[in-house]
Every structure is written in structure tokens, then in C-alpha cells.
Design a protein around this ligand. Structure first.
Ligand code: DC
Length: 223
């Protein structure tokens, strides 16, 4: 298959990373989780005691601590500098600070450049908020996944329980709504469906059904 780029955007917990990983694996493409990049730099800001509103200091951390992905037997691991942060970046402290960090233009500029470099030769499935609109506006296939807040909070609740993170369903629902609001209302590259993206509402759909709908879109586009 031609090495196209596939952009998968959508709000928090809409199922992007789960389906993006499966599609990348099935097509033999590289999977890039851009949310993990914003989370990694947020983790580093918290760890080094950077104020979350100190845009330039946080942007400087990106040069100091390169973010890398390594593929292992347990899937993809994330590193910041030499530290493995795969699990640490999913902790509530990072989740609750990441929207503020990812709203900074200087942070986005640096991470978007890195994301574009990863996709320069094609063959990438990239998930995030602004992939179809800002990072890869020329992506051959663009998908925008949505789901109800209740369904997304329920998914996050289940994931958290497996990881031993105790947050109530009601709190998760509020956090998701809050993150949706900040992600959609920031000045730089807000979460927004690209005009040429295919929208899929995954509420009540199984993972297999979502994967199949995306594959049909790829085929319909002639790839
Ligand atoms: O997909 P996620 O929940 O891991 O993303 C974490 C945060 O990173 C999310 O609240 C918004 C931000 N983000 C972004 O601004 N742009 C992206 N391309 C990906 C994530």
C-alpha cells in the first residue's frame, strides 16, 4: 500500500489512540501519539518546577529533553531524555495540567515541527487534536472521532481502574468537559474538525467497528 499519512483527531477519550494503533499495525505504518508528546513536556514542567504559565521556559525544556518513542514487546514506550515516562504521563497530575501547557504557541511550534518531521516520508498514522488542520493539512486521509461525554468518561474510568487510578466517574466527566472546553477554545490550533475530515461518532460502537469504518474510508479514497 502507498505510504500515505492518516490523521486521526478528536476530543479526549474518543478512542483515537486505540484505533490509530490497530490501523498502524495492520498497515505496517508508524503510529505517532502526539498527545503523549504534550503530556511528556507537561510531566517535565511539573518535575522541574516550571510554572505552567511560563511559556518560554517550558518550550526550552523541549530542546533540553528530547521526546522519543520506542517500540517494544509491550507496545510503544515514551521517553523524555533518558527517562521512561510511558506510565507517568497518564497520571492525573499530568492530565489536569496538559491543556494549559499545550495552549502555549511556543510549545506547539516546536512539537508540531517534530511531528511534521516524523511524517515527512509518509506511512504514518498520527493522532491528536490538530493533525488534520495544522500538523498534516495535506494528509491523504483525515478522520475526526467523537463520542458522548458519558461514554468517554466511562471508557476513561475503566482504563483508570486497570491502572489503579481512583477517580470517580463524575469527576472524570467534569475533567473531560473541562479539557474539551480548553482544547477547543485556545487561540492556537484549537480542536476543530478539518473541512475534509470524515466524522465518526463512536458512541455505542465497538473498537472493531470503528477500525472497519476507518478502513472503509481509506479504501473509498482509493488507497
Ligand atoms: O490525546 P491526549 O488526551 O493524550 O492529549 C493530551 C492533551 O494534549 C490534550 O488535552 C490536548 C493536547 N493535545 C494537543 O493540544 N494537540 C495534539 N495534537 C494532541 C494533544
Amino acid at each position: 500500500m502507498k505510504k500515505i499519512n492518516i490523521a486521526i483527531d478528536g476530543p479526549a477519550s474518543s478512542g483515537k489512540s486505540t484505533v490509530a494503533k490497530i490501523i498502524a499495525n495492520d498497515l505496517g505504518f508508524i503510529y505517532t501519539d502526539t498527545g503523549a508528546m504534550y503530556r511528556s513536556i507537561t510531566y517535565m514542567a511539573l518535575k522541574t518546577g516550571c510554572a505552567l504559565n511560563d511559556e518560554l521556559a517550558i518550550a526550552a525544556l523541549i530542546d533540553q529533553y528530547p521526546i522519543t518513542f520506542k517500540l517494544g514487546t509491550n507496545g510503544q514506550s515514551v521517553f523524555v531524555g533518558t527517562e521512561e515516562v510511558t506510565e507517568a504521563i497518564r497520571q492525573p497530575a499530568v492530565t489536569n495540567a496538559v491543556s494549559e501547557v499545550s495552549a502555549h504557541a511556543a510549545v506547539r511550534k516546536k512539537l508540531v515541527e517534530q511531528q511534521q518531521a516524523i511524517a515527512v516520508n509518509g506511512g504514518v498514522v498520527m493522532d491528536g487534536r490538530d493533525i488534520g488542520t495544522a500538523v498534516l493539512p495535506q494528509a491523504e486521509v483525515k478522520i475526526f472521532l467523537v463520542a458522548s461525554v458519558e461514554e468517554r468518561a466511562a471508557r476513561r474510568f475503566k482504563e483508570n481502574q486497570q491502572k489503579g487510578i481512583d477517580t470517580t466517574f463524575e469527576v472524570l466527566k467534569e475533567e473531560i468537559q473541562q479539557r474539551d472546553y480548553v482544547d477547543s477554545h485556545r487561540a492556537v490550533s484549537p480542536l476543530k474538525q478539518a473541512a475534509d475530515a470524515v466524522r465518526i461518532d463512536t458512541s455505542g460502537m465497538s473498537i472493531e467497528a470503528v477500525v472497519s469504518a476507518i478502513k472503509q474510508t481509506i479504501t473509498k479514497k482509493g488507497y
